[in-house]
Design a protein around this ligand. Structure first.
Ligand code: BES
Ligand code: ZN
Length: 663
């Protein structure tokens, strides 16, 4: 069956028939594409910014690849490896140096290499034959800037060219970098720089083929001001330490561009296990090392579930609070928000999640962003399995319960014209905007849970381990998953699966009526108490919460009917100090309930929460809630104007859409 009706269906089904597997298949596709009538040429050529002498024509590459989010044309060239040699200039907020790409020419007639860039200053482009240092200048054109995609960099590639060296600099507004002054760090003494490349921001760090379809190995040299330490999601020199100013890195496993990552700051390291450790500013290192102290145990359990860890070490880097995500699965070095450091390991589901991406995402990668659920849904399922293995079944059920509620809420909040976001793999080229993340994460995970229930855990696990092994270091699509599911799981087991079941889960925009949920008696007790409390049968003082974990609190707050009478919430707040909660997730859920109920006097706490952290998942819904009322909207705009300079560019651009015109 064809689970997704899309203009690219022909290419995708072609890919599926060929069981897409990296370069070999790309060659096959390149050959086939010659006779392939259906190759879409949907992307209008971007007008060139520079006019060229006519002597060597630069062809205009149509965007003819299923990844509509990249200008790269893997039918012409594929990057095999690259080297970055960069000065980290905090005075000018720029990276400056060279990127050298080693390319394979997929089509002998290709004379143009197209790279993705965003806001890069390109100084020169030189080319050399394979293995040669004999670089000579070549012509290039930087196309007009597309707000979403950046600018295609078109490079003339003479017949013998296989290496390209680009001298360039990033610009201070690079969407994938945040340059923090010392005042925005914990130590307040040193500046800090970190990158965030997923999804389309690697192109703001370096000129690359920025599509998850292509993988490359890399090496890098970073020069930093004295006293700072550079880290990358890669192997470092043994003894990379404070006191040196040049840092060398090497990523021997091929990665998609969105996993390129670096950070520079006043960083120290503490081991938490033989293969695991934590990098952080000195003031938070001890707390972070305690919070993430189970990383080694998680790793061992993960290997027991789905096979060998293939990346060498697994370390965690704690970022300043403006980091726009909970975590980012950069290989060997997860980037982590400090909001997870709750002091009780209550939020380490994020750690399990990012570690799980070492298989689902980093090892086997969504071929395009449309297939994002293959990364996030698989990872969420894997995360819950890890939480169960390390902390027990009860904890896993609680985490499922909170996730299932997030999903119900996200689906309920979709407006009629956003219904498409309820599908697992919505066509991003057809619809403006991004899919809902709760759907990719939680509906994706729940879909795998349905398979667990139908076919049995052991069968599903064997299938998943096979999936990770067969596709290690390659990129995969949804149709490919469906095909292998039929062959690998269904035909091997006693169970059956019909096309309608798959269509309901993958294409359907809601939750199938027969969806099986993970049940939790504990959460049902929480619900029962809450309902009696809401009916006034149970007084606030009589709520039995002494044994509640953070997840039970989240469940209570997230499921509470809104609006609640203000007086009842005041009792709750007085008894449990919710406005002052230092658990970032509890505070978030409390603020949402309180805002929906017109709770007075929240402003000071809310303002300090919203200015203190930049994690989008926690702050964006609060801004949205505030914008629902005129006074709230005023307050939101005032707080945002104050907080905005401290936010990451990714957060700024998302929140600018909510509150246009904020200075
Ligand atoms: N890869 C994502 C973060 C991401 C997604 C960055 C899309 C850019 C675009 C990461 O693995 C993630 O899912 N983080 C979650 C953690 C969670 C669900 C446990 C987050 O940031 O909250
Ligand atoms: Zn994730």
């Amino acid at each position: 069956m064809e689970p997704t009706a899309v203009p690219h269906a022909n290419r995708l089904s072609l890919a599926r028939k060929l069981s897409l597997r990296g370069p070999a298949t790309i060659v096959a596709l390149a050959t086939l594409a010659v006779g392939c009538q259906s190759a879409p040429h949907s992307k209008p050529a971007h007008p060139a910014a520079v006019s060229l002498p006519a002597s060597v024509p630069i062809a205009t590459t149509p965007r003819n690849w299923p990844d509509t989010m990249s200008f790269a044309d893997p039918l012409s060239f594929v990057t095999r490896s690259f080297h970055l040699d960069l000065d980290v200039d905090f005075d000018q907020s720029r990276l400056r140096g060279t990127a050298t790409l080693e390319l394979v020419r997929m089509d002998p007639n290709s004379r143009e290499l197209v790279l993705d860039t965003r806001d890069l200053q390109i100084d020169s482009v030189r080319v050399a034959p394979a293995g040669s240092e004999d670089f000579r200048k070549t012509r290039f054109v930087l196309d007009h800037r597309d707000d979403e995609l950046g600018s295609a960099l078109r490079i003339a590639m003479p017949r013998d060219a296989a290496r390209v060296r680009i001298a360039y600099a990033t610009t201070p507004q690079a969407s994938g970098l945040q340059w923090l002054p010392p005042s925005q760090t914990t130590g307040k003494r040193s500046p800090f720089l970190f990158s965030q490349a997923q999804a389309l921001h690697a192109r703001s760090l370096a000129p690359l083929q920025d599509t998850p379809w292509i993988r490359a190995t890399y090496t890098a040299t970073l020069r930093v001001p004295a006293g700072l330490v550079a880290v990358m999601a890669a192997e470092g020199d043994v003894g990379n330490r404070r006191g040196q100013t040049t840092f060398h890195f090497r990523m021997p496993q091929p990665i998609p561009s969105y996993l390129l990552a670096l950070a520079v700051g006043d960083l120290e390291f503490q081991a938490v296990g033989p293969r695991t450790g934590v990098w952080a500013e000195p003031a938070v290192l001890a707390a972070a090392a305690w919070e993430f102290g189970d990383a080694e145990a998680m790793m061992t359990r993960a290997e027991g579930l789905y096979g060998r860890y293939r990346w060498g070490r697994y370390d965690v880097l704690v970022l300043p609070p403006s980091f726009p995500y909970g975590g980012m699965e950069n290989p060997r070095l997860t980037f982590m928000t400090p909001t997870v450091i709750a002091g009780d390991k209550s939020l380490v589901g994020v750690l399990a999640h990012e570690l799980a991406h070492s298989w689902s995402g980093n090892l086997v990668t969504n071929a395009t962003w449309r297939d994002g659920w293959l990364n996030e849904g698989f990872t969420t399922y894997f995360e819950r399995r890890l939480m169960e293995a390390v902390y027990g079944e009860e904890r896993a059920r609680l985490e499922w319960g909170v996730g299932q509620q997030d999903l119900r809420l996200a689906l309920a909040e979709l407006k009629p014209d956003e219904a498409w976001q309820g599908a697992l793999a919505p066509d991003l080229a057809l619809h403006k905007g991004q899919g809902s993340s709760a759907v990719a994460y939680e509906k994706g995970a729940l879909f795998l849970y349905q398979l667990e229930r139908r076919f049995g855990r052991a069968q599903l696990d064997a299938f998943l381990q096979g999936w990770f092994d067969r596709h290690a270091f390659t990129s995969v699509t949804t149709p490919q998953f469906v095909a292998e599911l039929q062959e690998g799981l269904v035909q091997q087991s006693a169970g059956t699966i019909d096309a309608e079941f798959l269509a309901r889960w993958i294409d359907g925009t809601g939750l199938p009526a027969d969806a099986e949920f993970v049940q939790s008696d504990t959460l049902e007790h929480v619900d029962a108490q809450r309902m009696r409390w809401e009916q006034g049968v149970l007084a606030t003082d009589a709520l039995q919460t002494a044994s509640w974990t953070v997840q039970e609190w989240l469940h209570f707050l997230n499921r509470a009917t809104r609006p609640q009478p203000v007086a009842r919430l005041q009792e709750l707040d007085r008894r449990f100090q919710l406005t002052e909660s230092r658990n970032a997730e509890i505070a978030h859920s409390w603020f949402r309930l309180a805002l929906a109920s017109g709770y007075p006097g929240l402003e000071p706490a809310l303002a300090s929460y919203l200015t203190g952290i930049g994690r989008l998942k926690l702050i964006e819904p609060l801004y949205q809630d505030l914008l629902n009322t005129p006074q709230g909207a005023d307050f939101a705009r005032r707080v945002y104007a104050q907080a905005r300079p401290g936010y990451h560019a990714i957060a700024q651009s998302r929140l600018d859409q909510l509150m246009p015109g904020t200075p």
